[in-house]
Design a protein around this ligand. Structure first.
Ligand code: FES
Length: 139
């Protein structure tokens, strides 16, 4: 049963860099796991802690945020805000008994299609190793 576990992963990608990196990965025909569902956001600074927690609450096994490289945010400091919120989200998760590794932040420029695909593969492998989140939520 556990061997067949396929995680559901949400990738929140900023429209300026990471979404373009995902697009580039597709254009380059780079494969990455279909487990990753991409959501376009205007900037990672727009993502609230509640958005991350709500996704996990609703059955997503892992969430990663992917923004512009630090210093390159189109809204100046959105990715720095997202970085701080991610750290706080991890703290909340560990306090309630959920692995903080289920959330992560990455930085991918629009030219980093291969790195984006690798991010998807690495994060999917990580979440597959953690197992389904419903076991944690039911405990
Ligand atoms: Fe990309 Fe802010 S616009 S992280």
């Amino acid at each position: 049963m556990e061997d067949s576990f396929e995680p559901v992963i949400l990738a929140m990608c900023c429209q300026w860099c990471s979404y373009a990196a995902a697009d580039l990965a597709g254009t380059m025909r780079l494969s990455y796991p279909p487990n990753v569902k991409i959501m376009l956001v205007p900037c990672t600074g727009r993502i609230d802690i509640l958005h991350l927690l709500r996704a996990l609450e609703n059955g997503v096994d892992g969430v990663f945020v992917s923004g512009c490289l630090l210093g390159d945010c189109h809204y100046v400091n959105g990715n720095y805000k997202a970085t701080r919120r991610m750290a706080y989200t991890k703290k909340i998760l560990s306090e309630i008994g959920i692995e903080p590794e289920r959330v992560e932040i990455y930085y991918n420029s629009s030219a980093m299609g291969p790195q984006f695909a690798q991010t998807c593969r690495d994060f999917t492998a990580r979440i597959r190793g953690l197992g389904p989140i419903y076991r944690k939520l039911a405990a």
